[in-house]
Design a protein around this ligand. Structure first.
Ligand code: UDP
Ligand code: MG
Length: 315
């Protein structure tokens, strides 16, 4: 029987936590009774530096049930880092770890399927949303556009898959070899390889509380995803440079013809236009290059990606 760890990052989730604990405990009991999971299975809540009573609740529930455990980060490090902290804590203690959100948006009903696929030999199982009906038109449009854009840039990510996934112990071991600071797990996991499969599920609405991912964080996440995995923007810059050089040659020829035909008047407008256009373009290009330089900078510091304050896992 497999030891299954559920890794649940939580940031200010006191409103949903009681229900999440209840449902996951029920689920673990069901899995254990059904012979799918061993009694050593655990739910590992990662408190990502919450400002509310999240950690107190985790402590309380872990005292009540042996299945509940917790990791408290020293401060808020963001969803991806919190998730990694949980997965790395689970590594070595479990046969497989399943990551899911605290707000019960990821359908707990399909957890059996994840475990079954693992037992059939899959090392990675991706939870894929079967539809996006519950999203706002804006979120749906931007998310799907983003997946397509990433595919265009040559980044391998699973369409409509977020962070609801199972990783076997070997995948966890492999994941620990990735040392990057700008974490984008859904880009890293496909790079790991191993046999993988999909589980389809309906994503519901947040059970309680509000989203901890405002638009600003989402945009940062999206940009991270691109700049951590694709150097195509750099190539686009060079291509753009070549095209503009060619255009300027044509323009130069055109200007020469006008000059020799005697009809050239000092072209104030065209000069102004080109100055502004080139100025803007150069700034854009420098900006993109700067993004990569910024990454080199942060990666070269090799800062720890998380620091664990406390851990509770009962034997
Ligand atoms: N989360 C976290 N740290 C953060 C922000 C979010 O651990 O800084 C957790 C949060 O508690 C939840 C998950 O990440 O379990 C997904 O966040 P949320 O549901 O707010 O995002 P959404 O579903 O709205 O995209
Ligand atoms: Mg959510």
């Amino acid at each position: 029987m497999s030891v299954v760890y559920f890794v649940v990052p939580c940031y200010n989730e006191e409103q949903v936590l009681p229900e999440t604990v209840k449902r996951l405990t029920e689920k673990i009991n069901e899995l254990v009774a059904g012979g799918l999971a061993s009694e050593k299975s655990r739910v590992l809540f990662v408190d990502d530096g919450s400002k509310d009573k999240t950690w107190e609740l985790i402590e309380k529930y872990s005292a009540e049930s042996k299945y509940i455990g917790g990791v408290k980060l020293s401060r808020n490090r963001g969803h991806q880092n919190a998730l990694l902290a949980g997965l790395m804590t689970a590594k070595g203690k479990c046969d497989c770890a399943i990551s899911l959100d605290a707000d019960l948006q990821d359908d707990i009903g399909v957890l059996d399927q994840f475990v079954k696929k693992y037992q059939e030999g899959c090392e990675v199982v991706y939870g894929v949303r079967s539809s996006r009906d519950k999203d706002t038109a804006f979120k749906r449009g931007t998310a799907q556009g983003y997946y397509k854009f990433m595919a265009m840039l040559g980044v391998e990510i699973v369409y409509n898959h977020a962070d609801y996934r199972l990783l076997g112990s070997r995948a966890l071991e492999a994941l620990s070899e990735y040392r990057e600071v700008n974490l984008f797990l859904r880009g890293i996991v496909p790079l790991i390889g191993f046999r993988s499969d999909y589980v389809y599920y309906e994503r519901s609405e947040r059970f309680a509380g509000e989203s901890k991912y405002p638009l600003s964080k989402m945009l940062k996440f999206a940009v991270d995803g691109i700049t951590s995995f694709s150097v195509k923007p750099l190539k686009i810059i060079s291509n753009l440079g070549i095209i503009i050089c060619l255009l300027s040659v044509i323009f130069f020829v055109y200007a020469l013809i006008l000059f020799f035909s005697g009809s050239s008047v000092a072209g104030w407008a065209s000069i102004m236009c080109s100055i502004w256009f080139l100025g803007g373009l150069q700034m854009l290009c420098i900006g993109i290059v700067g993004t990569y330089v910024g990454k080199i900078y942060s990666e070269s510091k090799h800062r720890p990606r998380f620091i664990i304050d406390k851990t509770i896992i009962r034997k």
